[in-house]
Design a protein around this ligand. Sequence first.
Ligand code: NAD
Ligand code: UFG
Length: 329
Amino acid sequence: MAILVTGGAGYIGSHTVKELLAQGERVVVIDSLVTGHKEAVSDGVVFVQGDLRDAALLDDLFAMHEIEAVIHFAASSLVGVSVQQPLEYYDNNLIGAHVLVSAMVRHGVNKIVFSSTAATYGEPKRVPIEESDPTEPTSPYGETKLAMERMFRWCEQAYGLKSISLRYFNAAGAYPDHSIGEDHKPETHLIPLILQVPLGQRQHITIFGDDYPTEDGTCVRDYIHVMDLANAHWLALKRLRETGESGVYNLGNGTGFSVKQVIDVAREVTGHPIPAVAAPRRAGDPAVLIASSAKAQRELDWQPKYADLKTIIQTAWDWHVRKPQGFES
Ligand code: NAD
Ligand code: UFG
């Protein structure tokens, strides 16, 4: 039996594929390469290039490979873009999930681990955020992810689908041997953008807003290493196999770092002064997002191994130094 990984050529998906292989799993990847990279997919994996919304392709794929469970990463995932292009987000994320789950039901596959997000919470009422806290997304992106979580729960009642939704906070870092890492084009995430300065690819990093109600006025986020996320997917799969219990789990380190603090740690790691320039706020950014991951630690037996921000940025830096233009270089 194999695990079907949708979006397995993307950033978090490709790291999770490596973790699954290390755990002895067989893996089939479907990815359209709209933002992913074929080079990120490990050897020893069956790779199918195609769009998740292609029901006939999914039927072939489920018929050809004995799929036990699905790990679902494939999505459009930029908060800001989703505000400008909500219909594209509803199309790719919700129709994608609908076509995928319909195929799972047709082919008798009843386990799914899902990439959800801290963006399901919107502006939190308190931090650290717990899974039972209110979910009031402030972007179409967060809205579609929450709708997918709910779709899976309704499908449990109707078809017996078991789901674990993992609400990640801010993914960062790279595989420790630097063979794969983050490569989004265009890049919008803070850490890779900061590292473009010492790489000589940009003059300065722009800080989006220094008037937030935080200690230094910049947004606070909970950064989590991509391999700690990858490991959580395998543990979630294990829990579905062992208990058959669906659930929702936050994944973060439980510590918040401001944009200015992240820049300071990057200066320390790279030895570069990294000039920073303050600019207006970016639409849709909550001031502070910090996870309580106590539930994941308790129920999934999950323990982050790369919790230190310096280690997270060091692994990202090692990857970008090796591949300054990403997978193309
Ligand atoms: P990514 O863009 O690197 O990966 C997504 C992958 O899905 C890409 O390889 C892309 O080509 C593929 N894809 C997209 N639409 C597809 C479709 N219709 N059919 C087939 N393939 C398709 O993104 P990522 O940063 O690795 O994020 C992975 C998942 O995690 C996403 O669902 C995202 O919403 C979620 N997430 C990411 C973060 C983060 O900090 N990066 C945080 C929370 C949640
Ligand atoms: N930021 C800057 N300058 C930049 C880029 C980002 O100041 O050039 C700031 C943002 O305003 C934000 C913080 O850095 O305050 C982090 O921004 P990212 O774009 O790196 O990440 P987001 O918090 O916007 O979003 C990420 C994922 C989402 C996920 C969310 C969960 O992209 O999918 O984390 O917290 F939902």
